[in-house]
Write a protein that binds this ligand. Structure first.
Ligand code: F6R
Ligand code: MG
Ligand code: MG
Length: 365
């Protein structure tokens, strides 16, 4: 059975500040999607949140980029925004960059990850959702899952993984893409994806079967809007088991609190902390950045689950380390590398200050 799994998300208002989603907004989204399920457009859905982002997880048979599905997500965000405005939630409707829907939510603010698949006899999928970070933050974990044998032993000892994976990489600034094959092109791949503010892994495919293994959202809000409007707070869907890495290999990359961009005012690096859904409510210095993971078994499109994958004591150490890294990074205050390089900061006063002080600069001899 051909099935599409769509995850479409937007920050339509924060509670309190940018820290959390309001329960009434989640209830409203639930109400909207229940109607679309009743009408038959959706097979199933699950509504959740990661920090201040509303996440719509949906299954259907309309294919990727379907106008009907994107419209229902857009309408749900618009209804949620009305409610957010009435509660005066913070930044109500902040990710809806346009007043009118024009066929596809891509380029309109919401983040989108979709994959059309032939549902396997048993289809475990893991959905990663992040808050206070940007779209390239999946680069390192996707590399580890699908190309690093120190993470995924299956690449060495399992026939179906041994032929490797193909990575589709997007240049988010120049709107170009390239596909690179692992393991033979890992050095070429890493020169790009090691620079996640510009290059983001959009999708990964099994070279044994050609099947899609992972897709991520690569929308960069600030590039769409041409100014700071909030963080991308990306999502990523990964299939597990069989010809793909095992569930344990898929979550393993998050056992190190690697540094990502997006903390406070989208202008700082901070440790990526894997947490349960309940703990995805970043407060300290508006962070540190969080990642949650929900696991589902698909059954003829039904979303059986979720299991809250980081709600596991085996991630306690990485959370503790993340807090230590957070303390250490914070001590740098306004200095790099805690603060992002000048050209990457989402907020800046540099143009005004440079203009004001222009005349006081003199050339060095
Ligand atoms: C980070 C983030 C927050 C805000 C900060 C200031 O991605 O969303 O750190 O940037 O709270 O928000 P405003 O400018 O809305 O007052
Ligand atoms: Mg927000
Ligand atoms: Mg957010």
């Amino acid at each position: 059975m051909k099935l599409t799994l769509s995850v479409i998300k937007a920050d339509i208002g924060g509670y309190v500040g940018h820290s959390e989603s309001h329960p009434a907004i989640l209830a409203k989204a639930e109400e909207c999607l229940a109607e679309y399920k009743q009408s038959g457009l959706l097979i199933d859905y699950y509504v959740t949140k990661c920090g201040d982002d509303l996440q719509l997880i949906m299954t259907h048979q309309q294919g990727e980029g379907s106008e009907k599905i994107h419209k229902l997500a857009w309408d749900t965000f618009v209804e949620g925004t009305e409610l957010a405005k009435s509660l005066k939630l913070y930044g109500a409707g902040q990710d809806l960059l346009s007043d009118a829907f024009s066929g596809n939510v891509k380029g309109m603010g919401p983040g989108v990850a979709e994959m059309e698949i032939e549902e396997r006899e048993s289809e475990p999928v893991l959905i990663f959702m992040a808050d206070k970070t940007s779209s390239g933050s999946w680069n390192m974990p996707l590399y580890k899952m699908f190309a690093d044998p120190f993470n995924t032993i299956g690449l060495i000892i399992t026939e179906s993984l041994h032929s490797g994976f193909a990575f589709e990489v997007h240049d988010v600034k120049d709107h170009k893409k390239i596909t690179l094959n692992t393991p033979e092109e890992i050095y070429d791949l890493l020169i790009y994806i090691g620079a996640p503010s510009r290059y983001a892994v959009k999708a990964v495919y099994s070279r044994a079967t050609g099947d899609v293994a992972a897709v991520s959202s690569t929308q960069r809000l600030s590039l769409i809007a041409g100014r700071y409007v909030g963080k991308d707070d990306p999502v990523c869907i990964v299939r597990a088991q069989g010809v793909f890495p095992a569930v344990g290999e898929v979550v393993e990359p998050f056992s190190i609190p690697y540094l990502v961009e997006g903390w406070m005012r989208g202008s700082h690096h901070g440790p990526f902390m894997p947490v349960s859904v309940a703990d995805s409510k970043p407060t300290r210095f508006d962070g540190p950045p969080r990642v949650i993971c929900l696991g589902f078994q698909l059954a003829e499109g039904r979303l059986v689950g979720p299991r809250d994958m980081f709600d596991d004591v085996s991630f306690d150490n990485v959370r503790r380390q993340a807090n230590e890294v957070a303390d250490y990074m914070r001590r740098h205050g306004p200095f790099e590398p805690h603060r992002l390089p000048l050209e990457e900061m989402e907020y800046t006063t540099m143009p005004q200050i440079a203009k004001k002080l222009e005349r006081r600069f003199s050339h060095l001899d």
